[in-house]
Design a protein around this ligand. Structure first.
Ligand code: ATP
Length: 496
């Protein structure tokens, strides 16, 4: 990694920008790259001022803590040569015209004095600076870096603790631990591991489930990816027979055996369809069945939660998923990513760029990532998404047939500890044409409440009563569903 940055510095790039949430690692990589080239190094931040640093230590500040202007003036007047200056969180300062001008002057002078400025920021640089900076991606920590972090954390906790600390991990447990930590920054990984050791003064295989939970919590509170617990199996899905067979055939698609057989990684599937018919459920079942972690990306969240940072967050999410591969990446309601990409864009081209980034990644990436994209609103989907090569298959998930309604009712009765044999499900299925899977589930929930409040055991009559009082979405929104079906008829494979 640092070799690449070294070569950028050596090639004479005067301004290199690293955008990351992992500042300590970025700083380490930048220092390492500079020292590998025998350059002098200064580091500046608002709170430490401008300090010369060596491989061993940071020297006394030559400019004290505070605004970046005096530091830039110092660099201009002291005429350093072949020096790498690392600025931390500089982006907000660039808005000041004087600071901006000083930096420009220093960059121009770099052509002759061999200096290089490395900006490490958690937010994007302003457009005018981005134009003449070279963006450098530090990527996510490698397995070797994580291994190092685990060992160092163990040693640190051991040093700090009063009592005995036990380490009991087989080679396989250790590999699993490192696999689990992938997709976290070094400091996040260190915190998760330290917490797992501290709770019982030991690091053993018993900590793995806890580490998985902690990682889930870290991911869910930081970026745009959500880690989903998936403890379902194929028997939890009623109907969708064809989709289930297709997925079952691709189950071993990520193994070496499949590679040796001449099979490439399956790329993914697009599931279009009526809301509440089991698309999300399928994503969870596949993850559990294939024993792969499930990451959910909600493109809508990228627009709402990360205003101004949408594109960057999308890129981060993609590289994070890559670092955790093999994974299932579930892009929920993918149409939200393209809200205005297909129509006249009202967001300054943002959704068009998002669309471009996502599409080209889907086409080009070579990581073991299986994409499950789901969509309800086909009118928002640009035709390019459906082009061959993006997905291995496009399925249409329709309202359940009679037989599927029966099996969905059975599944949800069993889940509520009722014997389906005790119900006339044939009649309930006859009368529930147009109900989605989730509406059938709600039917049982409603019937249970009504039986409970009447102090009766649940029976077919409660289900039929509930049916009479429910208007399914397919009736309330009939036109849209007919339109969806007509559209899907010649374009998609029926999931059932
Ligand atoms: P949306 O597009 O609104 O997210 P969806 O198609 O993804 O809908 P799910 O979220 O998977 O639908 O369905 C909601 C719930 O309804 C599921 O968690 C499950 O309990 C039940 N359900 C839906 N379809 C089925 C099915 N085919 N078999 C069993 N349960 C189902």
């Amino acid at each position: 990694m640092s070799e690449n940055l070294s070569s950028l510095i050596q090639a004479g790039h005067p301004l290199i920008s690293i955008q990351t949430v992992d500042e300590p690692r970025a700083e380490f990589i930048a220092r390492d790259a500079a020292f590998a080239l025998d350059r002098n190094v200064f580091i500046w931040s608002l709170t430490t001022g401008l300090q010369p640093v060596t491989r061993i230590q940071a020297g006394a500040p030559v400019v004290t803590a505070g605004n970046s202007l005096p530091a830039l003036e110092y660099l201009k007047s002291s005429h350093p040569l072949n020096t790498v200056v690392i600025f931390k969180d500089f982006a907000p300062h660039c808005k000041d015209a004087r600071i901006h001008r000083h930096l420009r002057d220093l960059i121009i002078a770099s052509e002759t004095n061999g200096n290089c400025f490395v900006l490490i920021d958690s937010q994007s640089l302003p457009e005018e600076l981005r134009l003449f900076s070279h963006h450098y991606e530090i990527g996510w920590p490698s397995t070797a870096e994580l291994d190092d972090a685990v060992k160092q954390t163990f040693r640190r906790v051991k040093r700090q603790s009063q009592g005995e600390i036990t380490l009991r991990l087989t080679k396989r447990d250790h590999e699993q631990l490192l696999q689990t930590l992938r997709g976290l920054t070094i400091s996040q990984a260190e915190k998760v591991v330290a917490a797992a050791i501290n709770d019982d003064n030991a690091l053993t295989a018993a900590d793995l489930p806890r580490i998985i939970d902690s990682k889930r919590a870290v991911l869910n509170s930081t970026g745009a990816l959500e880690s989903i617990a998936a403890d379902f199996n194929a028997a939890d899905i009623g109907g969708l027979k064809r989709l289930k067979v297709w997925l079952k055939q691709r189950r071993g698609g990520f193994t070496q055996k499949a590679r040796n057989f001449g099979i490439e990684f399956p790329r993914g599937v697009l599931m279009l369809g009526v809301p509440g018919c089991g698309k999300s459920l399928c994503a969870k079942v596949v993850a559990a069945d294939w024993k792969m972690p499930l990451l959910r990306l909600d493109p809508g969240v990228l627009y709402q939660k990360f205003v101004g940072e949408t594109e960057n967050q999308l890129r981060q999410a993609i590289s994070q998923a890559e670092s955790m591969a093999p994974v299932i990446l579930w892009i929920d309601e993918i149409e939200k990513a393209f809200a205005s990409a297909s129509a006249q864009s009202a967001d300054g081209g943002l959704s068009k760029r998002m669309f471009g980034t996502l599409l080209s990644w889907m086409q080009d990436h070579r990581h073991p990532i299986f994409i499950i994209a789901t969509a309800n609103d086909i009118s928002a989907l640009p035709p390019e998404l459906m082009r061959k090569g993006r997905f291995d298959e496009v399925f249409f998930v329709d309202l359940p047939t009679h037989a599927s309604r029966r099996s969905i009712l059975e599944i949800h009765l069993k889940r509520r500890k009722r014997d389906p044999e005790q119900f006339d499900l044939e009649t309930v299925a006859d009368h529930s044409d147009g109900f989605s899977g989730s509406e059938l589930e709600q039917l049982i929930v409603g019937a249970l409440f009504s039986a409970f409040s009447n102090q009766e055991e649940l029976a077919t009559c409660h289900l039929l009563n509930e049916l009479k009082n429910t208007q399914p979405l397919s009736v309330l929104n009939g036109e849209r569903i007919t339109e969806l079906r007509n559209w899907a008829r010649n374009r998609c494979v029926p999931a059932d």
